[in-house]
Ligand binder design. Structure first.
Ligand code: NAD
Ligand code: MG
Length: 300
């Protein structure tokens, strides 16, 4: 059964969404939203737009599922045309997102491909800019996370690929996008509670998220004078296929999110308002900042 939410009525956030325990549900990488139990909530039935991003043009990487899907839906409901990037094997998830964006009367573009390829990253930005007829918002949400308990068991290939997808691709995307973005444009990166509170089994992933924080702050200060803002969303544990496809050891899935003061994982829809705020002109004086949504774990 899909979780459905009412995200506007006063209520107790600790019981607003599913709480542990969850079923074991291992999947191959990249995981699919379509296979999650309970279904994650991306705001499909709850997010209401208020014209906060009217006639903007956005590219969302990882827009097929999880947090990126929630951001893509919210952007469309706020009035934005949206291009999404994802891996070709995620086509079934991507199709659902494209249909949801189009249902809002906004243009949607599917731009699949692998972000670990520099040429693809640069082409992705140019294609998004061309299809959308501009590029105002770059939400870099895609990420790779694969838990390994012992340092001895992490391969060089995994270590380098995690850096390539999470950090190096961000550099390529931003380098290509900045000359195309107008003053008022917004880049939003996606770090994690792992940037400051690393888990022992995420020895490759956690440092990439710390790198994203530093990259965000440095780039923000570099391009502020051009009128481009760069900010970061840092989620805590969120119910997405990244986690059930090896981001967490499968043994940890039943209790996923129980370590937070709210004792439950976040849902992707709970991240969406941060992406909207940071993309919109409402946050015109905010740059180089990190906005956490962690159920009470502190990003500091
Ligand atoms: P998700 O699996 O739904 O999204 C990750 C997406 O990354 C995938 O959909 C895939 O399209 C994309 N991706 C991975 N490798 C790629 C590649 N080589 N080329 C192109 N695309 C690729 O999971 P999610 O949890 O929504 O992840 C989104 C972001 O949130 C990631 O950056 C992740 O690190 C971050 N994050 C997630 C959590 C969490 O608990 N779920 C917590 C903190 C941060
Ligand atoms: Mg996906």
């Amino acid at each position: 059964m899909a979780t459905t939410s009412d995200i506007y009525t006063l209520q107790d956030p600790t019981t607003q969404y599913p709480q542990p325990k969850f079923k074991h549900q291992p999947q191959n990488v990249p995981g699919l939203d379509g296979k999650m139990t309970p279904k994650a909530d991306h705001g499909e039935t709850s997010y209401i737009g208020h014209g906060r991003l009217r006639d903007r043009k956005a590219l969302v990487t990882g827009g097929d599922s999880g947090i990126g899907r929630a951001a893509a839906i919210a952007f469309a409901r706020e009035g934005t045309d949206v291009a999404i990037n994802y891996l070709p094997s995620e086509e079934s998830d991507a199709k659902e997102v494209i249909a949801l964006i189009e249902a809002e009367g906004r243009k949607a573009f599917a731009l699949p491909g692998d972000l670990s390829d520099e040429r693809f990253c640069r082409k992705l930005i140019r294609d998004a800019h061309r299809h959308l007829g501009g590029l105002d918002i770059l939400a870099a949400v895609a990420g790779k996370q694969h838990a390994v308990d012992k340092i001895a068991d992490i391969t060089t290939e995994q270590f380098e690929q995690t850096y390539r997808v999470n950090v190096t691709a961000l550099f390529w995307l931003c380098q290509e996008a900045l000359p195309l973005m107008p003053p008022g444009g917004s880049i939003i990166t996606t770090a994690s509670i792992q940037a400051t509170h690393p888990s022992p089994s995420l020895l490759d992933y956690a440092p990439t998220k710390a790198a994203i924080l530093a990259f965000t702050r440095a780039l923000a200060r570099q391009v502020a004078e051009d009128g481009i803002r760069v900010n970061c969303v840092a989620p805590g544990p969120v119910w997405t296929p990244l986690q059930t496809s090896g981001g967490q050891p499968d043994k940890k899935i039943p209790e996923f999110g129980s370590e937070t003061p709210m004792k439950r994982p976040g849902q992707p829809v709970e991240m969406a308002p941060l992406y909207v705020l940071l993309a919109s002109q409402e946050s015109s004086y905010v740059t180089g900042e990190v906005y956490g949504a962690t159920g009470g774990l502190e990003i500091s």
